[in-house]
Design a binder for this molecule. Structure first.
Ligand code: AMP
Length: 282
């Protein structure tokens, strides 16, 4: 496995692999890797001959009050973990390498799908995400890129961008990897105190209650959301940002639940903002 820090070196490594006949798989991350990220590496390895993992905490997708500076970083550990799962190349650029002129004058601006769910609370976030994913994909030129269902809205926006703009790129979305007690794995879980970590299980627990109710025949979106809200409200240090049942592609709220609809939430546990979701009937 090679670790490169420049765009030129990444392009050269990928060109060599492609010259050898390999299909290129790509897993973009912000690092501080966990089993969720590594499951994406597995997925890419199953389907391509050369797997690139990018590790880059993208300043463009953080709001001014958000955790860009505090975001956990550990390239050495990440490299070991990625190597252990058979990644071929780590691309870990600096900010100067990615944005030599600071904030780029050209960005990818999503329309209505970015106004909902997380986008309603994080203005500019998905513009930052789509811009960096576009840049990274232009650098790596993968045949396939893997994203996690954990960031459902992000994966939906990326899928739509690829379709809308006719990119010759296959997008794969992999299921959420959870801790044994149900908490969705996230680099941000590292911020939680032991007490908050216990309380954070309310997120997946609430979703689980709603999924069980759906399986038992409940179709009223408000009642399904209320099951999640009640579970979260029972935890003192948990503050809900949103709980919504939405259409899987359009992300519009639905009143009557159908199989495949997505129950999505964001909540603060202490100061830490966590997200989770469930695809009903999946
Ligand atoms: P991040 O480093 O948080 O930007 O995430 C990089 C990629 O890993 C994104 O496609 C995420 O959706 C995905 N990811 C993060 N957490 C998980 C998880 N628990 N299970 C599956 N994929 C995940």
């Amino acid at each position: 496995m090679e670790i490169v820090r420049t765009i030129a070196a990444a392009r050269a490594a990928v060109a060599r692999a492609r010259g050898g006949g390999a299909r290129i798989g790509f897993v973009p991350t912000m690092g501080y890797l966990h089993e969720g990220h590594l499951s994406l590496v597995d997925r890419a390895r199953e389907r391509t001959g050369y797997v690139v993992v990018s590790i880059y905490v993208n300043p463009l997708q953080f709001g001014p009050q958000e955790d860009f500076a505090a975001y956990p970083r550990d390239l050495e550990r990440d490299a070991e973990l990625a190597r252990g799962r058979g990644a071929d190349l780590i691309f870990a650029p600096s900010d100067a390498e990615m944005y030599p002129r600071r904030e780029p004058a050209t960005q990818v601006v999503p329309t209505r799908l970015a106004d909902r769910l997380c986008g309603a609370f994080r203005p500019g976030h998905f513009q930052g995400v789509l811009t960096v994913v576009t840049k990274l994909c232009h650098i790596v030129q993968p045949d396939m890129a893997v994203f996690g269902q954990k960031d459902y809205q992000q994966a939906t926006l990326i899928r739509r961008m690829v379709a809308d703009l006719d990119w010759p790129l296959e997008i794969v979305v992999a299921p959420i990897v959870r801790e044994p007690d149900g908490l969705a794995m996230s680099s941000r879980n590292a911020y939680l105190s032991p007490e908050q970590r216990r309380r954070a299980t309310a997120l997946s627990c609430g979703l689980g209650r709603a999924e069980a109710a759906f399986a038992a025949g409940e179709r009223d979106a408000a009642r399904l959301c209320a099951l999640v809200l009640d579970t979260l409200a029972a935890e003192p240090d948990v503050r809900v940002q949103y709980v919504e049942l939405v259409h899987p592609d359009e992300l519009e709220p639905v009143a009557v639940a159908r199989r495949g609809d997505v129950l999505a939430l964001a909540a603060f546990v202490g100061q830490t903002r966590l997200i989770d979701n469930a695809i009903l009937g999946a």
